[in-house]
Design a protein around this ligand. Structure first.
Ligand code: PEP
Length: 251
C-alpha cells in the first residue's frame, strides 16, 4: 500500500561529468525496477544536468537542502521554485550533517518543509538521535521533538505528502547500522505520533525511510520490517552497482 522509496544522498561528491556517468549506469541497471520510487540527490551544480539525463526514466531528482524564501538577497541560498525549475521533485531537509555543521534547527527545518510543499516539492525530512542521546535513553524524546518541530503548523493534507527519514546520527557514514528491530521500534513510534497529530489515515500512508549505513547486504532485512518503507542511502548510493542492488531489495 505504501510505495517504497529508495533515495540516494550523494552529499558533496561528484562533478557534473561524474554525476552524469553515475546516472547513466544506474538508469540502465534499474530500468526494470517496479513498485519502488527511486530518487537521487546530487549537489546543486549537477541537479539540472542530472534531471535532463533522467527525463522519462524511473528515477527522480532531489536536492540536498532548500531555502525557505522564494527569491531575494540571500547569498548562497537556492529557493524551492528554482529547484523545481531545475528538475527536482524532492528536497532532503534537516539532514543531520546540516543540523551538525550548518546550524539547522527544528525551526529552520519547519520553514523549509513548508516552503518545499508550497512549491510542490516532496520534502524528505530527516530526524535522528545522537549516540549519547540513545545511550541516555532519550531516542524517542529527541525524535518526537524533531518530528513535531518539523511539521508544526502544517495541515494534515500536507503532512500526508511528506516523507520522513529516520537516521540515527551514530549510524550515518560509520558502517554501524541500527538493527532492524531498533529501526522498527522508532519507525513505529513515529507513525503513532503522526497518527496522534494528523490522524490514522495520514499515518497509515506515511512513508518512513531508514538511513544509516544501508548497504546491499543489509537492505533486505531492514525492508522486512513492517514500518520501514524505504531507505535514504549515503555512501552506497555513489556506486551504481550497490545502489541498484539496494533499489532491488527483496523482502
Ligand atoms: C545519509 O547521508 O543520509 C546516510 C544515511 O549516509 P550513509 O548511508 O553513508 O550512512
Amino acid at each position: 500500500m505504501r510505495i517504497p522509496v529508495i533515495a540516494g544522498n550523494w552529499k558533496m561528491f561528484n562533478t557534473v561529468g561524474e554525476s552524469l556517468a553515475l546516472v547513466r549506469d544506474l538508469k540502465a541497471q534499474v530500468a526494470d525496477a517496479q513498485g519502488v520510487q527511486i530518487v537521487v540527490a546530487p549537489v546543486f551544480t549537477a541537479i539540472h544536468a542530472v534531471a535532463a539525463e533522467l527525463k522519462g526514466s524511473n528515477i527522480a531528482v532531489s536536492s540536498q537542502d532548500v531555502y525557505w524564501e522564494e527569491t531575494g538577497a540571500f547569498t548562497g541560498e537556492v529557493g524551492p521554485a528554482m529547484l523545481k525549475d531545475a528538475g527536482c521533485a524532492y528536497a532532503i531537509i534537516g539532514h543531520s550533517e546540516r543540523r551538525q555543521f550548518f546550524g539547522e534547527t527544528d525551526d529552520t527545518v519547519n520553514k523549509k518543509v513548508k516552503a518545499a510543499l508550497k512549491a510542490g516539492l516532496i520534502p524528505i525530512m530527516c530526524v535522528g538521535e545522537l549516540l549519547e542521546e540513545r545511550e541516555a535513553g532519550k531516542t524517542m524524546q529527541v525524535v518526537e521533538k524533531q518530528v513535531k518541530g518539523g511539521i508544526t503548523g502544517i495541515s494534515s493534507d500536507d503532512i500526508a505528502k511528506i516523507i520522513i527519514a529516520y537516521e540515527p546520527v551514530w549510524a550515518i557514514g560509520t558502517g554501524k547500522t541500527a538493527t532492524p528491530a531498533q529501526a522498527q521500534e522508532v519507525h513505529k513510534a513515529i507513525r503513532a505520533l503522526i497518527a496522534a497529530l494528523a490522524g490514522t489515515q495520514v499515518a497509515v500512508g506515511l512513508r518512513i525511510l531508514y538511513g544509516g549505513s544501508v548497504k546491499a547486504d543489509n537492505v533486505d532485512v531492514l525492508m522486512r520490517e513492517e514500518d520501514i518503507d524505504g531507505a535514504l542511502v549515503g555512501g552506497a548510493s555513489l556506486k551504481a552497482d550497490s545502489f541498484a542492488r539496494i533499489v532491488k531489495f527483496s523482502k
